[in-house]
Write a protein that binds this ligand. Structure first.
Ligand code: CA
Length: 250
């Protein structure tokens, strides 16, 4: 009997080592694996093939695993241990940190930001003018972006009728290196309350323009960085907070 326990322990230990190895090599797409597990639990629930108490336990374990896997805001790309590095804007107080908006009028209300309380953010009420407004980043975001793996933004969008294209829209994120451009679509409208987007700077999901052949050609020297500030027609309000560039932990 003792050797059965020893064997079970060895097996569990090996699985742990393998999982840790995969984690360290960033080869484990943990978020995707957890999504698959969640779907499997959903199917088991629908087919009533398993004891509901067992499925409830599995769901609780899954929730714990998701917490271990990182922030729930990870929506794009696989999870990798990244730390914030490089330029960032969190708009404390009523600071607009050099950001502008076009067309529209920008202000920081001094409260209502992502961190709550007296945390500020950028707020714009977009005019109904047939044009799509964009937040325009200050010069501190210009220069090489090749050291970074992710762009993170917090954003909300309220009122108006959602449109994805047209009205001068050039994607949800717009980058340029001179005439070479890259744009990224979130694929949906940001929520009416604070919503998190993590955008991979790996080429996945980006649309290139202006003769750019790779995303890296654009990231080599950012001369323009804009974030879509208008997602609905007929007058909308948009908020922006915590714009961050993240790099892999060294
Ligand atoms: Ca803030």
């Amino acid at each position: 009997m003792r050797w059965v326990f020893a064997l079970a322990f060895l097996l569990a230990f090996s699985c742990g080592v393998m999982a840790y190895g995969a984690w360290q090599q960033d080869s484990l797409d943990l978020t995707a694996e957890l999504d698959r597990l969640e779907k499997a639990i959903g199917r088991a629930e629908e087919s009533k093939a398993a004891d509901p108490r067992f499925l409830a336990d599995l769901k609780a374990i899954l929730a714990n695993l998701r917490q271990c896997a990182g922030p729930s805001e990870t929506q794009w790309g696989k999870y990798t241990p990244l730390s914030t590095a490089g330029p960032a804007s969190s708009f404390p107080g009523t600071d607009t940190d050099g950001w502008t908006v076009s067309p529209g009028r920008l202000h920081n209300p001094g409260s209502g930001g992502y961190d709550g309380g007296s945390d500020g953010y950028l707020k714009v009420v977009c005019p109904s003018d047939g044009l799509t407004s964009y937040f325009i980043a200050p010069a501190k975001f210009h220069g090489p972006w090749l050291p970074y793996e992710e762009l993170r933004v917090k954003i909300f969008s309220q009122n108006g009728q959602y449109y994805q294209r047209g009205w001068g829209s050039k994607g949800d994120i717009f980058l340029a290196n001179g005439t070479k451009t890259a744009s990224f679509d979130f694929g949906r409208r940001p929520n009416t309350n604070w919503d998190s987007f993590v955008i991979p700077l790996s080429g996945l999901g980006w649309t290139l323009g202006g003769g750019a052949k790779t995303l890296d050609e654009v990231l080599a020297n950012i001369t323009s960085f804009e974030i879509r500030a208008e997602h609905g027609s007929g007058g909308t309000t948009t908020g922006l907070d915590d714009v961050e560039l993240a790099a892999r932990e060294r």
